[in-house]
Structure formats: C-alpha cells, structure tokens
Design a protein around this ligand. Structure first.
Ligand code: ZN
Length: 555
C-alpha cells in the first residue's frame, strides 16, 4: 500500500497499527537507539512533523525542503523515517539518499548508519539483509542507497555533466543532504530517479550558505513553515528564529520570552505554521534554538563576539540560526555595478577597435568595449541579439577585432561563426583544474580557470575606476542585475578537504551578461590599448603648463 492510499485506509486501532503508520511513534514505542540514545521527542516536538510523509492536514509531501541549523537531529530523524518506511513497504522502489560527494557518504555510512543498525538488532537489524556495502542496504523488501552526487564525468562536446551514481537507480523517494554543496546540474538530474514512481517524493535539506541559493532559495519558494510557540499567558505566538536575538533572556536560568507580553515560553509548546499555506512545496526552518541541549548563554556570547569563539558572524547565522549570509566583499550588488556608469550613453557604432564577449544562449548576450590602459576597461555597448547573423552585423558596426564566445552549448554554430568572421574569434571553455589562468590554443580555443575569471570580473566592478559602463537604461539595468547572480563562496573540497573559493549562481541563475563580461575581459587581452586613452592624456599636459602659469621661463 502506497503512502497516498494509506491516508484513505481505516483508522489504526492498536499501538502497533499506529506505529506502522508513524515513524516517530514507531521509534519511540520500540525504544530505538539513535546516535546511541533512546529516541525521545520530549523537548524536541519540532522533529515530529519533519519525520512524517504527510502534513497535519493530510497532504502528501511530494516536495519538501528543510533549511536548518547544524546538529539538531534532522538527518538522523530522516534516517528513522526512511528505515520505518522501508520496513512497512511505503517505498517499494527504494530510497536514495544523496550526499554532495563520496567522502560524505563513507563518513555517514560508517559513523551514523552502521551504528543505527548494530545498536538496534531486534527492531532494525533483523530487517536488514544482504551485503554490508557502504552504498546500499536492503531493508524489508526495499533498498536504501547512499550515493555521492559529484559530477564524475563530462560527456559529449556540450560538456554535459553526468554522474554514474545519479543515473543508475530508480526510487520512490530521493533525499539530498547538505544541499548547498551539490553541483547545480546534478540537483536537477536526480529527479530522473523518480520517473517510474507512482508516488514520488523528494526532500532537500541542509544548512544554508548564501542568500537566494540552494536550500535557502527552495525555502523561500516553499510554504515557509515556522515553529510558532504559544504563550500560556497571552495566548499569542512567537517564532524564535525570526525574533532572535530578542527572544532570549539571559539570567541564571536563560529562557525564551514571548515577543508580545514578555512571559517565559516553552519551546516545546509549538506547531509548524506556514506563512504561505497555498504553496505546494513544504518548507521547514528548524534552528539550534529549538534543540533543548543548546546552551543559550554560550550561544549569545558567540553571537556577540564570534571571533573569540573561533567563528564568524556568517558561520554563526548559518549553522546556529539557519539563516544564509554573504559578506559584502563576496557579492556584487546592482548599485556596485551602476556606480561604474560613465557620462556616455550606449554607443551605436565605434571607430575605435573593440573587443567583444558573447554568452551563447537564446538570445546571444554581447558586451562590447575596449581598454583605456592596462588595467582600465570601457564598455560602450551591451546588447541581446536574436541570432548569429545579427551578431555578425553588430561585430561589423563596432569594429570588433577580438571576440571571445562561449563554446557551449552551441559548439557547432560557434565554430561556424568563427570560420566566417574576418576578426579573431576564440571559443572559451571554463576549467576548474588547469594551472594557468588562461591557455590560448592554436585552433583558437581559450581554456580559462573559472574561479579566476569570475574573480577578474568581480574586481573590475568592485575596484573604483577600473570599469566604465554606459549611462543607465533598461538594458544596462538588466546587465547590472545579471552581474549580481554569481557570488563568491568558500567551500571545502570533497576529496582533499581544502578550503577553496568558488563562484555559485543564485536566485533565477540568469547570469548571461556576467559570463559575457568574463569573455569581454578575455577578448580585451588580445587587442591593444585604444586611441582614446592617448587622447585623454592631453588635457593633463595642458593643466600642467597652466599651473606653471607666469612662472614659466620667458613669460
Ligand atoms: Zn505572551
């Protein structure tokens, strides 16, 4: 019986009937050990709904997102729910738990899942059959896979990423843990695992990193459930996550206060209430404030002086409160971009030899301009054109001498354009691994380090006086907006454990002009310095002679 049919079934009569329906109750009734401790919801009532396939109003959670603080029992709660679901046949085609990379799978499998089986031989262990492999376990008549989701190979000249572990198995439920660490393309591909399911289910969960990205973006699109705590005195509700830090009263016994009347409130006395009840995606935001083991005095000290506790403000907000954060230096804002405006409006042609960067899509996004000197750039035109013919016309009007195009996704069309044009055209590939910044090959390909070229365009905008863009109009606004869609994040490499910078797309991910700016930057490396800069130096000479004034010899 599938989960959807289940809710139509008769009311459970015995404790066992009820336990068969409900994972948290089953774990409690059977005295299951989770992370070595008896499963118990006292003080943790927030976990209960998150461990169920239905919302309290009986809706099946086809899509669910959990934007959470770290270490609050959500992952192991899901493990309990998965094991229970498999034992009672809720997911006949199986369940896949994805982690961002293989290292995380091994860690989870050895340190969390294996003990869960061995600690509970009578309640869990007896249902687990077959091999003791790290990547899957048979439980009841279902199978649970634990898979790493990194892009293992790139196939085809489109460079489409694909991973064996993403392709090979079918399932009724897929879960993505540590959602923000996943390769973006992979997060879409996992849906293919659910195509054969009569009742598909997907859960994305994790600690947020940056705003408008990954688990935070999903939560914003969800029905946005918050844990609303009822006050016994005034009967109104308080959400600790949105009221933090004002909801904490520090005393000998720190406590949470009602944001309406100031009375002591009990965080267990709450319910998950959606801010947008009509939305299908079910979203939860549990923070470490809800965990009864959290030391509130230490938490507030860390909040007030994060450096003293070897953390940062951003890290604290992310892991403790479950709020994403980005440093000002790591993102471009629309006002950062518009601060680069010059006096000139958008040009309609150019006599000065120009460079052009083009992001290939539908339409084509072009950024055109030239260098003023070694470290200064002037953009005179940004435009979207519908096809390659229009791009040719544009290149002609603007006297383009050097052009860098996205090699993907239309490799053949780009090659064709390259063959036909009279100016130098390079096709660009982003690389994550090469040693040099840019490698220009003899067949007019340029391979460039992705992080470094994004750094270059980031600094172009951030550093005063480096980039000049046309006076604002609608297209310049769009250009500015698309530049903000890629932000710098620090990540831990799954294989080496090293901290590395990467650029991630956020929001609607429409970053075409940002890529076009990267390509423009590269194209500029292949042309000389424009005439305009030498003309600019003249007034300086005049100013100098003027300041000498009457003191000049012979005057
Ligand atoms: Zn109150």
């Amino acid at each position: 019986m599938g989960p959807e049919a289940r809710k139509e079934a008769r009311k459970p009569e015995t404790a066992e009937d009820l336990a068969a329906e409900d994972a948290p109750y089953w774990l409690w009734l059977n005295r299951v050990l989770v992370d070595g401790k008896l499963f118990d919801l006292s003080g943790r009532r927030y976990q209960q709904d998150i461990m169920r396939p239905h919302t309290p109003d009986g809706r099946f959670k086809h899509n669910e997102v959990i934007r959470k603080g770290a270490q609050i029992g959500i992952t192991m709660g899901k493990v309990g729910e998965i094991v229970h679901g498999c034992i009672f046949g809720m997911y006949p085609q199986g369940v896949i738990v994805y982690f961002p990379h293989k290292g995380a799978v091994d860690l989870f499998s050895v340190s969390r899942f294996k003990p869960f089986i061995t600690d509970n031989p009578e309640t869990v262990g007896k249902y687990v059959t077959g091999t003791d492999r790290g990547d899957f376990r048979n439980i009841g008549s279902s199978r649970v896979y634990f898979l790493g989701c990194s892009a293992t190979t790139r196939v085809g000249e489109g460079g489409k990423k694909d991973s064996d572990s993403v392709r090979s198995h079918s399932a009724d439920w897929v879960l993505l843990d540590e959602r923000d660490m996943f390769d973006e393309d992979m997060t879409n591909q996992v849906n293919q695992r659910l195509f054969n399911s009569a009742c598909p289910r997907r859960t994305d969960m994790g600690t947020p990193t940056i705003p408008d990205f990954g688990v935070d973006l999903l939560y914003r699109r969800s029905d946005q459930r918050r844990w609303q705590i009822k006050c016994d005195s005034c009967h109104k509700y308080t959400c600790l996550e949105t009221e933090f830090p004002d909801c904490i009263v520090l005393s000998d016994e720190p406590y949470f206060k009602c944001s309406h009347c100031g009375s002591h409130i009990n965080s267990n006395n709450g319910s998950w209430e959606p801010d947008y009840p009509k939305r299908d995606l079910v979203g939860y935001w549990p923070s470490r404030l809800l965990n009864p083991n959290t030391n509130l005095t230490l938490l507030m000290k860390t909040f007030e002086d994060p450096e003293a506790y070897s953390t940062t403000k951003g890290e604290f907000l992310r892991t403790t409160i479950g709020i994403p954060h980005i440093d000002v230096k790591d993102e471009l804002t629309v006002s950062d971009v518009l601060a680069c405006q010059g006096r000139d409006g958008m040009a309609s042609n150019s006599k000065i030899p120009c460079a052009m960067g083009v992001d290939v899509g539908n339409p084509l996004y072009a950024v055109i301009g030239h260098r003023l000197d070694r470290g200064r750039y002037k953009i005179i035109k940004v435009a979207r054109v519908p096809d390659w013919g229009a791009l040719h016309d544009l290149a002609k009007k603007f006297n383009i001498k050097s052009d860098v195009l996205d090699a993907q996704p239309e490799y053949h069309a780009a090659r064709e354009f390259q063959r036909k044009e009279n100016h130098r055209v390079y096709l660009c590939y982003y690389s994550e691994t090469q040693r040099q910044f840019a490698v220009w090959t003899t067949d007019n390909i340029v391979n460039v380090l992705r992080t470094e070229v994004f750094d270059a365009s980031h600094e172009m905008v951030k550093q005063e006086g480096v980039l000049t863009i046309p006076r604002v109009n609608e297209e310049v606004k769009l250009f500015a907006n698309q530049l903000t869609k890629t932000v710098r994040v620090i990540e831990t490499d799954g294989r080496t454990g090293q901290k590395i910078y990467r650029y991630r797309r956020r929001g609607d991910k429409e970053d075409h002009y940002r890529n076009a700016l990267n390509y423009f930057y590269l194209a500029c490396q292949k042309i000389g310095i424009s005439q305009e800069s030498t003309q600019r130096k003249r007034p300086q000479t005049q100013d100098m002679s003027f300041s000498l004034g009457n003191y000049r010899k012979g005057a």
